[in-house]
Ligand binder design. Sequence first.
Ligand code: FAD
Length: 321
Amino acid sequence: MAKKILVLGEIKDNSLRNVSFEAITAAKKAADGGEVVGVLFGENLDEHAQNMIQYGADRILLVEREELAQYTTDAYSQAFLQVYEQEKPEGIVLAHTSSGKDLAPRLAAKLNTGLVSDVVAIEEGHENPVFIRPIYSGKAFEKKTIKDGLVFLTIRPNNIAALENDLSRTGDVTAIDIELKDLRTIIKEVVKKTAGGVDLAEANIIVAGGRGVKSAEGFTPLEELADVLGAAVGASRGACDAEYCEYSLQIGQTGKVVTPDLYIAAGISGAIQHLAGMSNAKVIVAINKDPEAPIFDVADYGIVGDLFEIIPMLTEECKKV
Ligand code: FAD
């Protein structure tokens, strides 16, 4: 049955995150020929609305409010529930990002509905689409279908390919009013700890360091390689706990879940909790001086040796390409 599906676009640093376009693809698959309606919160949204249409949304609803310029649980859930009431959709797709992971369960509880979170693939061609999600820290996958009720999904970034953007697509863009009451949190200013860099969750290439880097300075060769490759720098919890880097870089079960095309793990042993965050990377390269390190069990390419010798050599070779 054709469905109307709402997709919340996620804006970061004045750009729509790529996962918003991937969410549109997911919504199209779940809509079964129905309508995909993009929803945007914040300020100066017109360009983002056109972007969502070019990537496959049929129409867009804008809520232009200063209080929605930064994500807060309170404001976003109030706003989204009002959009939901106005539209009465049969489905919702959010990104499985830190804000999506915060918002989706709250909305599901308020709407008294289920939620299929962290979807990495959607199989069509069945009576109802089949949603595939990892379980047991990525060791297995489960398949879910929703036979009745709201189709509510969050999708993991970098897994469901966005459509090609089509500059000729057009669609209605409507500004709507909502009421925000008794907000407990208002973000006045965002002060960033690190400027620039590639967003870890959406990076195509990640160079990650573990306790084997031995110090904060030990990350420098990894950062140099990342610079040359246009990659993001990540870390194991071992490296974060040892204060070699910020926890914002942590990848794994209790850190970020990433699916880059290339993951270079340097000085990381490959504990199950780390693998939970990166084992779905398309190509894994492990550099470790211990040939028995479990990271080699998941690696496509393994280099046994000292990362402080190998990483600079890789950097020099990559500079030549
Ligand atoms: P280690 O296990 O100490 O490995 C360091 C590696 O570096 C070794 O294999 C060593 O051979 C190699 N090495 C040393 N020197 C060099 C060198 N010069 N060149 C090359 N290789 C070298 N961990 C995560 O990463 N992410 C998580 O989200 C996470 N969540 C957790 C949640 C729970 C509930 C628990 C209990 C643990 C969690 N952990 C997580 C911790 C996890 O169990 C491991 O302790 C951690 O991943 C180890 O980090 P590491 O591989 O950097 O360190």
